[in-house]
Design a binder for this molecule. Structure first.
Ligand code: ATR
Length: 272
């Protein structure tokens, strides 16, 4: 029987997810049979839904807030990077079990690399220590950066990351976050500050080095204040949309059988 492959994204709420546009564009661009749909799943229903989806013909799903940690716990198998990050964003249903992966970190790094970034021997500076920061920390450590400076409003969360990921992390007080940028070759905003409807980051960025690469996980708006200031200084700036696009690549390849490209047409389709 020729079954049309299904995939989707589960979250709560799910209305604003850009993943249906992302995968929808790839399905059309490659002329592949398949559907990718957003599914609103209340937390109490997660386990039941994950049992049902494969029976309905789903090959897998992306997972977003608030299910990423629980989805990992429910999986029968997990990749090393999902275990390290402590959350799953990509599930594949194979041979009667759930395989969990986390592609946020490689999405983050691929986005930087596509813009010409290379790991060097200068520290990275990370603003924020929430869920999104974990994937960034893990992937920058894997790239071999010698040191990661991390600053968060709630210092204890940054300290907890240092406890977990070790000696190459250095916690910097939020009051000193602006000053820590003076040391950084790579600067990453992982906080939700600067997002549409939120306050901007409370810094002047006066210490940003002009030879730094600056990226923001926020992609609405695309050009956040930190990226705007960085661009005026001549820094390389990388917006956050690319991370979303790149993190979708491994799931699409597994579910629909084609490794997709991240290009301008995709950006246009997702923004459009
Ligand atoms: P995510 O999974 O997107 O990282 P999160 O775990 O809620 O979401 O983390 C949000 C991040 O934005 C945290 O670093 C948070 O700082 P706290 O740990 O102190 O809460 C940061 N953040 C959110 N609102 C903030 C604000 N008004 N000022 C400073 N940092 C803020």
């Amino acid at each position: 029987m020729n079954v049309i492959p299904l995939a989707g994204v589960i979250g709560h709420p799910i209305g604003h997810s850009k993943s249906p546009r992302l995968h929808g564009h790839w399905l059309r661009a490659y002329g592949l049979p398949g559907h990718y749909i957003p599914i609103d799943v209340a937390p109490d229903d997660l386990a039941d839904i994950l049992e049902t989806l494969p029976k309905m013909g789903f090959r897998g799903v992306n997972v977003t807030v608030p299910h990423k940690e629980r989805a990992l716990a429910l999986a029968g198998k997990a990749s090393a990077r999902a275990l390290r990050i402590g959350a799953a964003n990509t599930l594949t249903f194979r041979e009667g079990r759930i395989e969990a992966d986390n592609t946020d970190g490689i999405g983050f790094i691929e986005n930087l690399k596509q813009a010409g970034w290379q790991a060097d021997d200068r520290p990275a500076a990370i603003l924020g220590a929430g869920g999104a920061a974990r994937a960034v920390v893990v992937s920058l450590l894997e790239e071999g950066l010698p040191e990661i400076l991390i600053s968060n409003r709630t210092r204890a969360r940054a300290e907890a990351l240092k406890q977990e990921f070790g000696a190459r992390l250095r916690v910097v007080d939020w009051a000193r976050a602006d000053a820590m940028l003076a040391e950084a070759g790579t600067v990453v905003n992982t906080t939700s500050l600067g997002m549409q409807g939120n306050a901007p980051l409370p810094f002047t960025f006066e210490h940003l080095r002009e030879d730094a690469t600056v990226t923001d996980l926020v992609y609405a708006p695309l050009r956040t204040e930190i990226l705007r200031v960085a661009a005026t200084k001549g820094c390389k700036t990388v917006d956050g949309l690319g991370m979303l696009l790149h993190q979708g690549v491994p799931g699409f390849e597994r579910w629909f059988g084609q490794r997709p490209q991240v290009d301008q047409a995709l950006r246009d389709a997702v923004l459009g």
